[in-house]
Design a protein around this ligand. Sequence first.
Ligand code: 5AD
Ligand code: SF4
Length: 496
Amino acid sequence: MRIDECRRSRILKREAAVRDANRFVTTMKQLYIHTIGCQMNVYDSGQIAALLVPLGYRLTSQLASADLIVVNTCAIRAKAEQKVFSFLGRLAALKRRRKTLRIAVGGCVAQQQGAAILARQPCVDLVFGTQALQRLPRLVAAVEAGARRLTDTETAAATQIDGRFPAVARGGAPSRFVTVMRGCDNYCTYCVVPYVRGREASRPPEHILSEINAMVVDGAREVTLLGQNVNSYGLKEGWCSFAELLARVNAVEGLSRIRFTTSHPKDLSDALIAAFRDLGKVCPHLHLPVQSGADRILKKMNRRYTRDGYLRKIERIRRMVPEIALTTDIIVGFPGEGRADFEKTLDLVRTVQYDALFAFIYSDRPQAPAARFAEKISEEEKKDRLRQVLDLQEGITRRKNEALVGTTQTLLVEGTSKRKDAPGDESGLVQYHGRTPTNRIVHFPAPVDAGLQPVLVPGLLVEVRIEGAYAHSLRGRLLSIQAPLKRAKGGTCHAA
Ligand code: 5AD
Ligand code: SF4
C-alpha cells in the first residue's frame, strides 16, 4: 500500500514537472530563420539563434507559428537578391494575417540596401547589416518595445572583430562551420563581398579553439573553417598563420576531420600545402577558385595570378599530396570574355581535371567595378557557356567516380537518407549517407536495430567498399565500423 502511494506521488510530481516544462516551452517566443547564400551565412544564422536565446526565443521550423522571422540574405549574384524580395513578399501576406509578427532582414543585402529595404517592403521591422550581429539582441528588444522600421548598417572603422562568438548547441550534429575571419581585402572587380562584408579581420586563435572544443563536446566530429581568403588568416593582426592554426585545430581531441574554404590562388603557401600532407585530420580536398582560364580576363577580374602561375600551383599540390581532390569556381560571361577566352577556360578545366566545380553566370553587382565595364555578354550566350562548362565537368566527375569503384573509403556518417525499405520489413535496411575525405557523398545501406532505429549514428567513421558511381555521388557497401556501435562499449566492430 505504502509503495503504491509512493509511486503515485512520484508519478504526480513527474507530471507536474512535465507540465511546468511545457508551460515554459510554450511561453518561449518562436524564431524562424530563413538563410540564403553561403556557408558563412549558415554559420551566422546559428549565431543569430544563439544571440536571441536570452531574449526568450527558440528556433521553430514552422513559418506560420513564428513570432519573429529573420531573413539572412546574400548579395553575391542578382538571383540571390531576387530570392530575398520574393520571400519578403510571402512574409508580407503572412503579416497581414498576423499583425504581431515581427520581421528582420540581415546579411549582405541588408548591408547593401539598408533603409531602402524598408521602403520597398513595408512589412519589415528591422534591417541589420553584417557588422550589427552582436547588437542584434538590443535591436530586437527595441522592436519588441514598439520601435518600427529600424536600420543598423553601421560599420566599424577598425578592422578588428570581437572574436568571442556565442556558443551554438546543435544537438550532436557531426559537421559544423566555424568562421575564422570575416571580410575581404581582395577587391576582385566582379565581387560585392568587400563592400558588404567589410575589411578582412581574423578572430584570435584562442576563441576559435575554444569554440571548436565546445562543438566537440556537443558531438561535432568535423569542422570546416570559413573565411573569404583563409590564406591571409591572422597576418594583419599578427596572430599565427593559417597553417599554424590548422596544426592547433588538428590537436583538438575528439575531432576527426578538418576542412576549410576558401583559398585564394595568389596566396596559397607551401606551408598550407604541407598541412594536407602532415596533419592527419586535414582532409585532402582543396577548393581553389580559378574563375577564368584566360590571362586577359583574370587581369580584368583583378585576380592577381596568371593561368600558368595557377597551373604551376596545381602541379606542386599534386606532387606533394597526390590523393588530393581539387574543386574550383568559374564565372562565365564576364564583360569582354570572347569565344577564345572562354575556350581557354574549357581547356584549363580539361587540363586540371577537377573533381567537381561550381560555375556561375556573371551577374552585375552595382557596387562592384565590373558592373560599369563595357562589352557585356548576352544572357543567351552566358547560358550556353555555362552549359558547356557543366557538361564538360560532368564527364570528368563521372569518370573519376567510376575509377573509385572497387576501392575502400572511410566515411564520416552524416545521417540517413530516405528509407530504402519500410522499417521492420524483412530486409530491415536504411540508406545512410556519409562523405569521403575528398568530400564525395556515398550512400550505403545498413541495418536498423531491434527498436527499428538506425544502428549507425551521425559522426561515426565507417569503411565502405564502393560498388557504384553516379554523376554526383557514389554507392557503397558497409565493411566495418571504426567507432563503437550505438550501444557497444568500444573498439572496432565489423559489420556483417
Ligand atoms: N557574378 C557571378 N558569380 C560571382 N561570384 C562572385 N561574384 C560574382 C558575380 N558578380 C562567384 C565567384 C566566387 C563565388 C563564391 O561566386 O565564382 O568564387
Ligand atoms: Fe570576392 Fe575576390 Fe574576396 Fe573572393 S577573394 S570574396 S571573389 S573579392
